[in-house]
Design a protein around this ligand. Sequence first.
Ligand code: PLP
Length: 395
Amino acid sequence: MISNKMKTLLVGSSAIRAMFEEGKRLAAIYGEENVCDFSLGNPNLPPPESVKKAIIDVLDEDEPTLVHGYMNNSGYEDVRAKVAESINKRFGTSFAEKNIVMSVGAAGGLNVILKTLINPGDEIITFAPFFGEYRNYASNFDAQLIVVPASIPDFQLNLEEFEARITPKTKAVIINNPNNPTGVVYPVETIIGLAEILRKKQKELGNDIYIISDEPYRELVYGDVEVPYITKYYDNTIVGYSFSKSLSLPGERIGYLVIPDEAADSEDLIGAANVATRILGYVSAPSLIQRAVAKCLDEKADINFYDKNRQMLYNGLTEAGLECIYPDGAFYLWVKSPLESEFEFVNMAKEHQLLIVPGTSFGCPGYVRLVYCVSPKTIETALPKFKALMEELKK
Ligand code: PLP
């Protein structure tokens, strides 16, 4: 008999599976090339060539017992030193090897830091719309996820509503910049405002409140948009990074946490994150890809590819009459549902062989999310279908 918690999760996950099955059903009827799947954030770009070379070099040059062996649970010391050096060079910080804990992607890093921080009943605040897994990660540690309502229409952080939700039980705030699902980037003034509120509340309540900055899309920004490095604005910040999107390596499961010396109880946090990595069953981040990414820290995915897709999808959908948030980062387009129930819109889209995700999955009904980490052909095929769908809605 499965646990009560898992019973609920199983119901949720069959909804995702249902979407996947629906894609297969539509492909069987209309042909795979006519089904446009905008549901999954799996990069369509291959990793940069240098990643393959780095993997081969590691295998050729490093001692096999080192490459495939156990290591410090926080990761190889030389890899962590290189990661720290690369962050310092780019953002003017002063981290050392000890401040870096290699993780099993962003998801692994988030679970490690929550295991490190959370007591049952603690509250974690996040902002709608948010990556739906935060709810499950909070539940893993019996924390309550408190959601700040979306700030419509700009989808920036609603700081007033945020402040109103801070209580003596608040332990952490998760923010995701650039944001999945909106593609919005929070500028430095917003981060300074967030930090001011938190400093004031920490003083008032006599508690430490940590920002957990979930940053798998840090490298995916367009034009001259900048993503602030939050440790520079707020001491109690922990950064969770991932190479899943920046180097198109989601299956390799590699990322890291940054735990600054300035964070309260930082030595304990670093030690506990090391233990959490072990006892959650990860033991460590995968060894070969750790050593390989350390050779590719200055590389990133071809942002021009995503930029072209971004323009094509945004322009096409806007022309079709849909209201879209212009994304400054990540590879998602956040679209207002033309029907009150976005589920009805998602179902109608399916009839046109368009697979899109309801905003309710991100805690924000009335909207839908499309990914544009797809082939340009998928977007070309989809645009006339969206036009036809919008025409049908006018009838
Ligand atoms: N956080 C956000 C906001 C994401 O969108 C994702 C993946 O899509 C993750 C975390 C998990 O990323 P990873 O594959 O690095 O575990």
